[in-house]
Design a protein around this ligand. Structure first.
Ligand SMILES: C[S@@+](CC[C@H](N)C(=O)[O-])C[C@H]1O[C@@H](n2cnc3c(N)ncnc32)[C@H](O)[C@@H]1O
Length: 199
């Protein structure tokens, strides 16, 4: 089932309108195991400023927030943003160290901001190849030297997949400023980290 951008937005809004955890990210073993691998794959104990596009209901954001001085987490669906704010309510949200914003990508990607970590989990396969290549190039230019881009995606087929996981990750391999530093591939997901080379 191929959806255009507007139909895809309505699809995600409808999912969150019925259930604030449509993929069971809080309880499903696949999600919990993947989160543990993802957090273990990060190269540093802590980061200055991280970006998590497509944050969903904020379950991964909660773990990232514990490792980052500042975190911008965003999602295109209002229902996801509301759920993430409920999940992460507290001082960090109140004081601006944690921002949870409704942003539709690619239009509202934070082009001017600098990060030492960008985490893309289960998002890239919703974009067509050209738009995704541009977004990954943008993510690379948002990164500080030695900053990390982590991508993690399910490998099996599903209805509204627009691109293969292999092609989503190949977009980062094609960027000369990025060097791949971690690769984890198993029966269910591919997780890779690229580090931005020093100039
Ligand atoms: C499968 S969920 C993944 C959520 C979370 N990253 C995780 O790994 O658990 C995909 C999320 O990406 C969001 N999303 C998809 N396309 C988007 C777009 N173009 N702009 C912003 N958010 C988008 C959806 O609303 C949804 O919350």
């Amino acid at each position: 089932m191929m959806l255009d951008d507007a139909a895809r937005r309505r699809h995600f809004e409808a999912l969150y309108a019925h259930d604030e955890d449509p993929w069971q990210v809080r309880a499903a073993w696949y999600e919990r195991r993947k989160r543990a691998v993802l957090l273990a794959a990060l190269g540093r104990p802590s980061y200055r400023s991280a970006f998590e596009p497509g944050c969903g209901n904020g379950e991964l954001s909660a773990s990232l927030a514990a490792r980052c001085e500042r975190l911008l987490a965003c999602d295109g669906a209002a229902g996801a943003v509301a759920a993430a704010r409920r999940r992460l309510q507290g001082d960090a949200l109140a004081h601006g160290a944690l921002r949870i914003e409704q942003r539709s990508l690619p239009a509202q990607w934070p082009r001017a901001e600098r990060f030492d970590l960008v985490v893309v989990s289960e998002l890239g396969y919703y974009f067509d190849a050209g738009a995704w290549r541009d977004l990954v190039a943008q993510a690379a230019s948002n990164l500080e030297e030695e900053g990390e881009l982590l991508m993690c995606h399910y490998v099996h087929d599903f209805d509204d997949r627009a691109a293969s996981t292999a092609s989503v990750h190949a977009a980062a391999d094609a960027i000369p400023a990025l060097v791949r530093t971690v690769q984890h591939r198993d029966a269910d997901f591919l997780l890779e980290v690229w580090t931005r080379r020093a100039a």
